[in-house]
Design a protein around this ligand. Structure first.
Ligand code: SF4
Ligand code: SF4
Length: 432
């Protein structure tokens, strides 16, 4: 047993948020009659459909193939018939190609071929084949993260789940401890590292206890600070290493993986199962019976809400993700993706629909920013289309934690503007 005493990073914030579902065991939601599976559930190039309308598929049939190193395979989450392949403007206002499958409820399933060995490269190839991406929300293809150019020395497992409301990682850490542990060991083997640290927030004592049983893992009990789950902050807190501006975790010898990602790796390696399901917390006071759910990829959000008893009368906002980093939906054409962790129905007391007003230069956003940025300036450069200046002010260092917007008395959509600036800066660098 190895528990390292609590650490903290400067400038973090204690967010007072409810974890309504922390005592709700994970329930498996029955499969829907139709799934809508996006081919863009990851960072990188969309996967290319390899099925046609009318094709019969099983749960676990490859339906869209990765189109490069930074892309990911997509598998059917039900057995049935492909009824459409079409563009849908989803609730996040993104136009994406979806493969629609009518469920025949036969339960037929297809598996990946069994592995002949457990060598590091075999494990990386299996994780790539299974379509696994960073399930903490980033969606970066995991196999690419497991093949750094230089040898790393530390694997860090992110068990922080620092966003209010979200509890599915916490439940999995207690309900699937052994499988997660084995998944961690496989990922460490793939990376050829022996130093493994799991960071778990102090407000999850049962999860800390569960993982303290393994002598080859070090558990870091994390102070309850937001955004503790951000990779750069977690690396600092777990190892004391600082990831410099413009650099990545592998530049300081670390790889960070999420709880659900290592569980998916376990399933792919030991059960030969590609990624076809997501674990998601449906919560907020705007839904009648909040739950932690295991659901088929492509399940409509509307059916998740119905399964949780429907919306309350005063529900007024639906968010994909947590309240800090999640995005408000503009419509309900939203279907469960690999990276989804939360679906929040918030009522009037939990959210504000006030329109943004002019910045009053109070400086609160800068004082609260854990990356020591000046969000008000970056926002105004972004809105003026001056992306060079936004970059000079550190836009690319923004971890999109949402603390600036959360604290802004003028309700400025700071993160949206900074995120847009980051995308434009990337385009400029790629010569677009
Ligand atoms: S500027 Fe970025 S890193 Fe700083 S508080 Fe806002 S979202 Fe978080
Ligand atoms: S917190 Fe809001 S109002 Fe205050 S300086 Fe930042 S953007 Fe302006």
């Amino acid at each position: 047993m190895s528990v390292i005493k609590p650490r903290f990073f400067p400038y973090g914030t204690k967010i007072h948020g409810t974890k309504l579902t922390q005592d709700c065991p994970t329930e498996t939601m029955p499969e829907p009659s139709k799934v809508y599976i996006s081919v863009s559930q990851h960072i990188g190039a969309p996967a290319i459909p390899v099925v046609n309308i009318g094709d019969k598929v099983k749960k676990g049939t490859l339906i869209a193939e990765a189109s490069g190193a930074i892309s990911a395979n997509v598998y059917s989450s039900v057995s049935g018939t492909v009824s459409d392949i079409c563009d849908i403007v989803n609730g996040l206002n993104q136009k994406q190609k979806h493969i629609v499958i009518e469920n025949d409820f036969s339960g037929e399933q297809e598996f990946l071929p069994p592995l002949s060995d457990f060598e590091p490269q075999t494990l990386v190839d299996r994780i790539r084949l299974a379509g696994i991406v960073g399930l903490g929300g980033a969606g970066f293809p995991t196999a690419a993260k497991l093949t750094p150019k230089t040898q790393l020395d530390t694997l860090i497992i992110n068990g922080a789940e620092c966003e209010p409301y979200l509890t599915c990682d916490y439940r999995l850490m207690m309900e699937r401890t052994q499988e997660i542990y084995k998944g961690i060991k496989y990922v460490a083997r793939a990376l050829k590292v022996s130093r493994i640290i799991i960071g778990i927030e102090l407000n999850k004592p049962l999860a800390i206890k569960a993982f303290s049983e393994f002598s080859d893992l070090s558990v870091v009990a994390l102070k309850k600070q937001y955004p503790m789950g951000s990779e750069k902050h977690l690396i600092y807190v777990c190892t004391g290493r600082k990831v410099p501006t413009g650099k990545m975790p592998f530049d300081v010898g670390c790889c960070v993986q999420n709880i659900k990602t290592v569980l998916a790796a376990f399933n792919a390696i030991e059960n030969n199962a590609p990624l076809t399901e997501a674990y998601i917390t449906v919560s907020g006071h705007g839904v009648k019976n909040p739950k932690n759910l295991k659901v088929a990829l492509g399940t409509p959000f509307s059916e998740l809400i119905e399964f949780c008893g429907g919306r309350t009368e005063n529900a007024n906002k639906i968010v994909a993700g947590g309240p800090m980093m999640g995005k408000a939906l503009v419509n309900l054409n939203q279907y469960v993706r690999k990276t989804d962790s939360g679906l929040l129905c918030l009522n009037k007391t939990e959210t504000s629909l006030d329109a943004p007003s002019n910045c009053i230069n109070c400086g609160l956003c800068a004082r609260k920013c854990p990356m020591r940025l000046m969000p008000m300036y970056i926002e105004s450069f972004a809105l003026a289309g001056n992306f060079k200046e936004a970059e000079r002010y550190g836009a690319m260092n923004c971890v999109e934690c949402g603390l600036c917007a959360y604290n802004c008395p003028a309700r400025r959509a700071l993160v949206q503007s900074i995120s847009m600036a980051k995308a434009k800066i990337k385009e400029m660098k790629n010569g677009k």
